[in-house]
Write a protein that binds this ligand. Structure first.
Ligand code: ZN
Length: 292
């Protein structure tokens, strides 16, 4: 029935996933479009939603950086991204207008995924979890005591500096801002830049597997130690390398060395929702916006 449907967008740097349905666990239609310039991409998204018969609210989980401060005139904007054409784009406002003034929920793609994974964990109302995506870039979303964390902007856990692995001291890293931050060392493009192939294509005995697992495990340990999450959920393309999440879990346990309180409950896991965490989280943002 038109008007009771929720719309959702998982906005990535290479593709937008669009979905509609009456609730986050009932997606009735889904469509993927390539990410091009903002005018083309947002117009195509709006046209698809219009063709579905009308939505009562829209949820957006977006690549960033984004403005999440509701008091800012730039709320709902993509702000300083290096992605050509997308800096200073009024993402939420553009779509709200295009869809007839519907309420819009807006957050980072990784916070949307973290919200959905938290809901899927069954810890209603409480519990703490981080969602890390390891792919073209590295990003992290946080739900602490049941609430998504924004801070003054939003966390950028992909840009922490890990301790360098002793077998990986020559590679300078590829982050344009930091060189050898986590993203500069362990993202998909960083792996290809140093070894000429994706992690899943490297031989099983290649040292890259242990090196990348070590860097991601350091991020997990940082999250366990700094914000005391119970779980780190690891998604994204690189994380689909067979055995990687298990290596990360094992390495994170070794890094903790039995110290952290509650450490026996710490878990490094694959997404419960598979590759659907982001779009389901965007549907949850839409549901929250509809109720606001
Ligand atoms: Zn960086």
């Amino acid at each position: 029935m038109p008007g009771a449907m929720l719309g959702a967008i998982e906005a990535g740097g290479t593709k937008f996933v669009l979905a509609v349905g009456p609730s986050p666990d009932r997606i009735l239609a889904r469509h993927t479009i390539p990410t091009r310039d903002p005018a083309t991409t947002l117009a195509e998204a709006a046209a698809w939603f219009a063709a579905q018969g009308g939505e009562s609210a829209l949820g957006i989980g977006s690549f960033g950086p984004v403005e999440l401060d509701r008091a800012s005139p730039k709320w709902g904007f993509i702000t300083t991204t290096p992605k050509p054409g997308w800096a200073d784009t009024d993402f939420a406002g553009h779509l709200a207008r295009a869809l007839g003034g519907v309420p819009v929920g807006f957050d980072t793609d990784v916070n949307a995924a973290a919200i959905a994974e938290h809901a899927a964990s069954g810890r209603d109302g409480g519990g703490s979890l981080a969602y890390l995506t390891i792919g073209t870039g590295i990003g992290g979303g946080l739900v602490l005591d049941g609430r998504p964390v924004h801070g003054i902007a939003h966390p950028e856990i992909g840009h922490i500096y890990p301790r360098r692995h002793p077998e990986d001291t020559d590679f300078a890293g590829i982050c344009p801002h930091h060189g050898d931050c986590l993203e500069g060392l362990a993202s998909g493009p960083a792996i290809i830049a140093r070894w000429g192939a994706s992690l899943s294509k490297l031989p099983a005995d290649h040292p890259g597997h242990a090196i990348i697992a070590d860097y991601i495990a350091q991020a997990c340990h940082t999250l366990f130690a700094s914000v005391a999450v119970e779980e780190v959920v690891i998604g994204g393309g690189v994380a689909q390398t067979p055995g990687l999440v298990e290596r990360v879990a094992e390495r994170a346990r070794a890094l903790d060395a039995g110290y952290l309180p509650g450490g026996e409950r710490h878990a490094v896991i694959r997404p419960r929702l598979g590759t659907n965490s982001g779009i389901v989280g965007a549907m949850m943002l839409a549901r929250a916006a509809a109720g606001a």
